[in-house]
Structures are given as C-alpha cells and as structure tokens.
Design a protein around this ligand. Structure first.
Ligand SMILES: *[C@@H]1O[C@H](CO)[C@@H](O)[C@H](O)[C@H]1NC(C)=O
Ligand SMILES: *[C@@H]1O[C@H](CO)[C@@H](O)[C@H](O)[C@H]1NC(C)=O
Ligand SMILES: *[C@@H]1O[C@H](CO)[C@@H](O)[C@H](O)[C@H]1NC(C)=O
Ligand SMILES: *[C@@H]1O[C@H](CO)[C@@H](O)[C@H](O)[C@H]1NC(C)=O
Ligand SMILES: *[C@@H]1O[C@H](CO)[C@@H](O)[C@H](O)[C@H]1NC(C)=O
Ligand SMILES: *[C@@H]1O[C@H](CO)[C@@H](O)[C@H](O)[C@H]1NC(C)=O
Ligand SMILES: *[C@@H]1O[C@H](CO)[C@@H](O)[C@H](O)[C@H]1NC(C)=O
Ligand SMILES: *[C@@H]1O[C@H](CO)[C@@H](O)[C@H](O)[C@H]1NC(C)=O
Length: 756
C-alpha cells in the first residue's frame, strides 16, 4: 500500500529538483531586474537602473535611500543630485571643509572631512574634479585612506603680506586660491588643514580658509571668497563632486564570460571598460538609445527614430528621412545623386542613367557587330585558303596513291591488321613544328629527316624529295610491305602522310648516333675507340637487315646504303634506315639517287637499280669500317677509297690503309677475310658480287670469332696474311654447316660460281 505513495513522493521531489535545476540558468543566477514597482525618481533626481531605491530595486552596491525630509536620494550620508548612465557618472554633494580663526581660543577651528567609497561602485572623477583651497594663508591636505593609502597631496593659498589687491575674479590664479588635480581610481577622500598656517594676522580681513574636492567646472573664483564666507554659504557648505561609477571590478572580457553576473543585458548593448579604475560600463550600440542594463525591450536599448528628431539627425531634404534598425537614410530627390544626410544631393551630369545605359548598350552592340563581322571576314578568307589547300592535299593524296593505300589498309584490317597509319597533314605540321629547321636530324639523297613528337612518342619524319608519279601504285604497295617488316636491325616504318607534293614517311625514332658519326666524329676527337668486334657486329647486323629487305617476295632495294643511314641504338645495335622514298623493284627505271662515293658506278652506266647496287654500297661501308677513311676526300682528289683499296689488295699493302685502332697482329686474320669480302662486293660485273644474304652470314661468323676471342691468343710474326687467313678460317669454321659460316675455300668456290 505504501510503496506507490512513496514512489509518487519521490517522483514529485525529483520533478521539483529537476524543474529547479532547469529554471536556474534561465533566471535564478542572472542579475535581478527591477520590478515595475521600483521608484524611478526621488525628489528631482531620476534613478535609472542599476541604481535603485532599496537593495531589491538596485544592482548590488547601487542601492540608495530616498530621504523624504530632503526629498533627495542619498548614498549613505552623501546626497546625490544627479545620476547618469552615459557618461556613467553621479553628482554628489561634498562637504566644504573650513578653518576659521577663533579669537577666543586663539586657534584655528577646522572641520576635517572624509568620504569612504571603498567597496562601492563609485570612484572620484579625476577628470571632473579638482581639490580646491580658498584663503589667504592656508595649506590644505588631501589624501586617501589613513594608514593604508598611497596618495597624499596639498594646496597652498596665500595673499602675500596681506595684499588683497592682487586678487582677481575668474579662474583660480593661485592668489587666494589653489587648485590641484587628483589621481584616478580614488575611492577614499580625506581633507585637513595644516595647523601651522593660521589667519591670526589677517583675522580682520580673511578669518576663514576653505578646502573641498569639487567639480572644477562649478568653481569660479571670486575675490570675495577670501574676505567673506560667501563660498561656503552660497553652497550651503556643500559643493558638487563628480563620481565615476562602474560595474564590478573586472574587464569586459572577463565579465562577458560570467554570464550570470553580466550587466549589459539589453539587446543592442555593448560593454566598455571603465575609463577610471577597474570594472566596466554598458552602452547602447550606435543608433540605439535606452538603458543598456535593462532586459525589457521597451526600456532597454531601442532603435533611435532619427527621423523624429531631425534637429539632432538632420536631413538636408525635407521628408526624405528613412529610419531603419540602428541607422537612418536621407534620400535625395528623384534624379539626384548623393547623400542628403550630408547635403550632397546633386543632379547627375547631363545624361541620366537610362540614357547612359542606352548609349552604352548601343556602343557595346556596335563593337560586337564590328568584331563579329571582322572575325567572319577573316574566317571566310581563311576557309577559302584552307579549301584550296585541302583541294591541293587531296590531289597529292590521290597522286601518291592514297586511295589505293586506304583500300589496302581497309582490306588488310578485315583480315590481317596492318600496323600502318596514314597521318593527316595537320598532324604532320604540328609534330614537326611546320618542318622547323631546328628539328632536322639528317639529310640524304632521298630526303630530309626531322625529329618530331607524334601522338606523344618521338618519331623520325622523313620528307621525300620526289617520287615517280607513274609508279604511285607500286610505291604504296611497297610502303605496306615495308611497314610489315619487323626486323631488329631495320628502323620501323610507322606510317605516312600523302597530303604533300612528295610523300612524308614516319619512322620509329632511334635515339643514338649513326655509324657515320661513330667513324668520323665531327670534332675529330675520337671519344671512344671502336673495336674490330663492334665494327664487325654492326656490319653483320646491317648486312642482315639489307638481306632481309632483298629476300622478300617482292624485293625492296635500299638504294642509299652508307654509314649515315646505319643508326646505332642502345648497345650499338645497328638499325638500317632511310629507305622507302625510292624503293624500286628491279624491273623499273628510276632517276639516279644515292650518295656519291657509295653509288655503284654500274648504276650510273646502266641506270637500273638492282640488289647488287646495294651490295656495292655495302662493300664501300665495309672498307670504311676497316680503314676509317671516307670514300671520297678533297685531299685525295679523284682517288676513291675503292680504287685505293683495290690497289693495295693487289700490292699486298693493305695494312698501310687500315685504321690504327684495329690493325693489330691478332686481328689481321679476320681483317684479311673482311677485306676479301669487301673486295667481292665491289666486283665488276655485278653478277660476280655475292648476295647480301651471304655477306651477312660471313660477317656474322667473323664477328662471332672476334667476340669469342677474349684475348689475342698468340702473336704472329712474319706470317704472310694469306697463311694467317687460311689457318684461322679452317680452324674456326668447322661447324660451318650448322651456323651458315663459309670457309674461305667455299667462299672462293662460290665467287667462281658467281663469276660465271
Ligand atoms: C544598501 O543596502 C544594504 C542592505 O541591503 C545596506 O546595508 C546598505 O547600507 C545600503 N546602502 C546604501 C548606500 O543605502
Ligand atoms: C571659540 O572657542 C571657544 C572655546 O574653545 C568656543 O566656546 C567658542 O564657541 C568658539 N567660537 C566660535 C565662533 O566658534
Ligand atoms: C571604509 O569602508 C570599508 C568598507 O566599506 C571599511 O572596510 C573601511 O574600514 C572603511 N575605512 C574607514 C577609514 O572607515
Ligand atoms: C579661465 O581659463 C580659461 C582656460 O583655462 C580661459 O579660457 C578663460 O578665459 C579664463 N577666464 C578668465 C576670466 O581669465
Ligand atoms: C554650481 O554652483 C552654483 C553656485 O555657485 C549652483 O547654483 C549651481 O547649481 C552649480 N552647478 C552645478 C552643475 O552643480
Ligand atoms: C572584486 O570584487 C569582489 C566582490 O565584488 C571581491 O571579492 C574581490 O576581492 C574584488 N577583487 C579585486 C581585485 O578588487
Ligand atoms: C555610448 O553610446 C553613445 C550613443 O550611442 C555614444 O554617443 C557614446 O560615444 C558611447 N560611449 C562610448 C564611451 O563609446
Ligand atoms: C645510346 O643512348 C643511350 C642513352 O640515350 C646511351 O646510354 C648509350 O650509351 C648510347 N649508345 C650509343 C652507342 O651511343
């Protein structure tokens, strides 16, 4: 029975506690706001919050008592005559201290005085008050709290030798009057007179001296003040003193964080640090007025309706004032510009905005039109030019058999894919930067080679000099054959562009030097010695490449075999290049091409290119490899390398011709065989020359032989070259059947066969 009751009680208690807790932050801890019953006036004095009559109506420390007898508010025993929030000041009445000579006691009767504002919001205003002493022989002291304080000062007022004629009304000049400033943040005031100064001697003229800390603006010196009690009596013994006041003893930053005790509760209020001592004061933000310490929106900071107070907030144009939160506007009459607040309304220059806009718009449209027309004209002209160029390109394309090529590649794509690209003229122009001379990497009998970047990869672009129109069909078919060739020692043909007067061919780019550069370095300093092994390897690879070209169903003739057309890739791998422009089969006539010195003299006679012409040219390359000499030389005049070689072979003085870099005894056997091979390549008639295939095989065999021999095995002296050759060949080419090497004997037999 009892347990449900108990539970209800517990619940209620808990609820009560919860409600209390919830209510706390909302109201409980906040500074109390005055109730509507709190008086706002006492006597003639307005009492704005935080001030109030009685502690329940005031912020702590700001309570005053309203003395019904005096009909004035009091702070303790000090009468308050005015309170203001902005500036945060209170005017109080301070007692005027006096010291008068008592003829009976023959002493100065003085009433000392003190004010104790310690631990109150008030502090004596250092800006508004001055300690003022009046008299003809007096020294008045001012200090803060006795025993504790740090401040003490004084003021001396004299009338020398009792001469009162020097006194003048007005400012306190120092004669009969003295004023001194006080330090800030003073909360305690005490005044007394120095007993050593008395008025005994001048008793009849000036019996009394006065001293008070008072509002300086209220004091004007009168000569009568020293001769009569006027100063004291006119003020009924009290003078106004200005007090600054502030909330608490902390700065705004600290106070704002203590939400529960923060006094600037009105919206649109701000906090200001007190200008005199610790604590802060509140102020309405600009454009608002009211009591920043009150939460009530009707009593707190309210927007100033400036338009209702045009005396203080003037507008130069009547009826144009527009109030808004925190500010106001003064509008200029229609058609005028400026700010009526500052009387700067002006008629805008002759044109009004509309007219300006209209003119601006028309000018804009006109500019656009002209620009547009200009661009169109240029475009039209360009397109005419372009069309002409395109027509020309199309013609070239047809002329070089582009249509046939397209057909072939299309057909090919259906079955076997042909890795061949037909590039557009635009692509070529971009890739070579319009065939910029700076990009030239080689020039030959058949055309000029440029380095280019095509679709992101480096390529070599060759611009053929010319091509026989009559055989354009053959030309493209050969191109297709060429691009199918995938040989490690042949530069790969990637594609072509037929939209030029002569075809443009695109090859893989081989980074390194040519054999030409290797044998005849431009700076005449041989940077690296090329061994016989390397030379033979290059020769063998080049020969292999040429043999491959010749071996097809439809033989391809190079037509311009020379060291400059043998590129050297990584690891000295030879790559034969510069074919394609003049690939001509045996049956066809062609204009003479090739390079003097390498060109077969028979070709010049018969005007017919055969595979034997390539063999001849390769023979010259072999000679160059052995001797390091160029086939033609200005110094030698008409004496060609071929002629010199054939002569020395007959004389048995070959060693005199050989490159010093390779001509050591150990190599002589091999060199002799290479020389024999070269000699065969140069034979006339051409039918006596070995086919490229055999040249390649023989060179490979010789290259292998040199490579296998790590060190020169023996030093042979006084051996005739023929003997050496015979011996080494017979010992090496025993496995000739399997490797395809030819012994010298077989070689000889073959050459006899060819000779037939
Ligand atoms: C303010 O009120 C307290 C009591 O609440 C009183 O002790 C104090 O004297 C009052 N101060 C003044 C200046 O009236
Ligand atoms: C002068 O002093 C005597 C005694 O000390 C005193 O009785 C008298 O009232 C004083 N006179 C005045 C004018 O204060
Ligand atoms: C001044 O007032 C404070 C607190 O109100 C008090 O502690 C102090 O003793 C007073 N000083 C004098 C000299 O009366
Ligand atoms: C008093 O001093 C103020 C400046 O401090 C000056 O402007 C004023 O004229 C002076 N008055 C007389 C009567 O000398
Ligand atoms: C200044 O003093 C005169 C008396 O000389 C008085 O009538 C007047 O009210 C005082 N002014 C202020 C602002 O207290
Ligand atoms: C600031 O005022 C509080 C009470 O209002 C008092 O306890 C504290 O000692 C004062 N601090 C200083 C530095 O005056
Ligand atoms: C307080 O606000 C009033 C009115 O906005 C302004 O005139 C006054 O300068 C402000 N006081 C301070 C100290 O900023
Ligand atoms: C080829 O070029 C590579 C780097 O580009 C270089 O390391 C190499 O030695 C070169 N070979 C020849 C034969 O120049």
């Amino acid at each position: 029975m009892t347990s449900p009751k108990l539970a209800a009680v517990v619940l209620l208690v808990w609820l009560g506690e919860a409600l209390a807790a919830a209510g706390l932050p909302a109201g409980g801890a906040l500074l109390p706001q005055p109730s509507s019953n709190c008086p706002t006036r006492c006597g003639d004095v307005d009492i704005p919050f935080p001030f109030g009559i009685g502690p329940e109506c005031a912020m702590p420390g700001f309570n005053l008592t309203c003395d019904l007898q005096h009909r004035a508010p009091f702070h303790g025993n000090v009468e308050v005559v005015r309170l203001s929030l902005q500036p945060a000041q209170a005017r109080m009445l301070n007692v005027i201290s006096s010291a008068c000579y008592n003829t009976t006691s023959k002493k100065m009767d003085s009433n000392d005085w003190q004010l104790n504002f310690t631990n109150t919001p008030y502090r004596l205003s250092d800006a508004g008050n001055k300690f003022t002493a009046v008299g003809c022989s007096t020294l008045a002291y001012i200090s803060d709290e006795f025993n504790k304080g740090k401040y003490m000062s004084g003021c001396v007022a004299m009338c020398r030798r009792g001469d009162l004629s020097a006194l003048s009304n007005g400012n306190c000049s120092g004669i009969g009057c003295c004023q001194t400033a006080i330090p800030g943040a003073l909360q305690y005031y005490r005044v007394w007179f120095d007993e050593n100064y008395d008025t005994a001697a001048i008793y009849s003229v000036s019996p009394c001296s006065y001293a008070v800390l008072m509002e300086s603006s209220n004091f004007t010196f009168l000569a009568s003040y020293v001769t009569s009690p006027e100063f004291y009596n006119a003020r009924q013994g009290r003078a106004p003193v200005l007090m600054d006041w502030a909330i608490g003893n902390q700065t705004c930053e600290v106070a704002r964080r203590k939400h529960e005790s923060y006094a600037c509760v009105s919206e649109n209020s701000e906090c200001l640090n007190s200008p005199n001592g610790p604590g802060y004061i509140c102020n309405c933000t600009e454009g608002y007025q009211g009591n920043p310490y009150l939460k009530d929106p009707n009593l707190g900071c309210k927007d100033i309706d400036e338009c209702a107070d045009l005396k203080n907030y003037p507008c130069s144009v009547d009826g144009s004032c527009k109030n808004s939160a925190g500010q106001y506007e003064c509008l200029c009459p229609e058609g005028y510009k400026g700010d009526a607040k500052f009387g700067t309304c002006e008629r805008p220059s002759t044109l009004d905005l509309g007219a300006k806009l209209a003119i601006g718009a028309s000018v804009g449209v006109l500019i656009c039109l002209v620009g547009f027309l200009g661009i169109e004209v240029i475009r039209h002209k360009r397109s005419i030019k372009r069309q002409a160029a395109d027509r020309q390109c199309d013609e070239y394309f047809k002329k070089h058999g582009g249509e046939i090529l397209s057909e072939i590649t299309r057909d090919g794509q259906a079955g076997r894919s042909i890795p061949f690209t037909v590039y557009s003229r635009d692509e070529m122009e971009t890739a070579t930067n319009r065939f910029d001379k700076a990009n030239i990497v080689g020039e030959g009998g058949q055309g000029t080679v440029y380095k280019a970047i095509l679709r992101g990869t480096p390529v070599a672009v060759k611009r053929c000099k010319e091509v026989d129109e009559s055989r354009s069909k053959d030309f493209v078919q050969e191109l297709v054959i060429l691009c199918r060739i995938d040989h490690p020692n042949i530069v790969k043909l990637l594609g072509c562009c037929l939209q030029y007067e002569a075809p443009v061919l695109v090859y893989e780019f081989v980074q390194n030097r040519t054999l030409q550069e290797l044998l005849h370095p431009k700076n005449h300093l041989r940077t690296c010695r090329v061994t016989l092994g390397t030379r033979l390897k290059i020769a063998a690879q080049s020969a292999g490449a040429l043999a491959h070209l010749h071996s097809g169903e439809r033989p391809i003739l190079h037509g311009d075999v020379k060291p400059a057309n043998i590129l050297l890739g990584d690891g000295w791998v030879a790559k034969v290049s510069d074919f394609g422009c003049s690939t001509i089969d045996e049956k066809t006539q062609a204009v003479p091409k090739g390079t003097p010195g390498y060109l077969d003299p028979l070709y010049l006679l018969e005007y017919q290119l055969t595979d034997k012409n390539d063999v001849y040219s390769f023979g010259v390359v072999l000679l160059e490899l052995l001797t390091g000499m160029k086939p033609l030389s200005k110094e030698r005049k008409s004496l060609t390398l071929t002629a010199m070689f054939q002569e020395s072979m007959a004389d048995g003085t070959l060693h005199q011709l050989l490159d010093r870099g390779i001509a050591d005894e150990a190599n002589m056997a091999v060199i002799r065989q290479v020389a024999d091979l070269a000699n065969q390549c140069l034979l006339v008639p051409a039918t006596r020359r070995p086919p490229m295939k055999r040249v390649a095989e023989e060179l490979r065999c010789l290259a292998d032989e040199v490579q296998e021999r790590a060190q020169p095995p023996l030093v042979l002296q006084d051996l005739r070259l023929a003997d050496v050759g015979r011996r080494s060949t017979s010992s090496l080419c025993t496995h000739s059947e399997t490797t395809g090497c030819y012994s010298l004997e077989k070689n000889a037999a073959l050459s006899i066969e060819y000779a037939r």
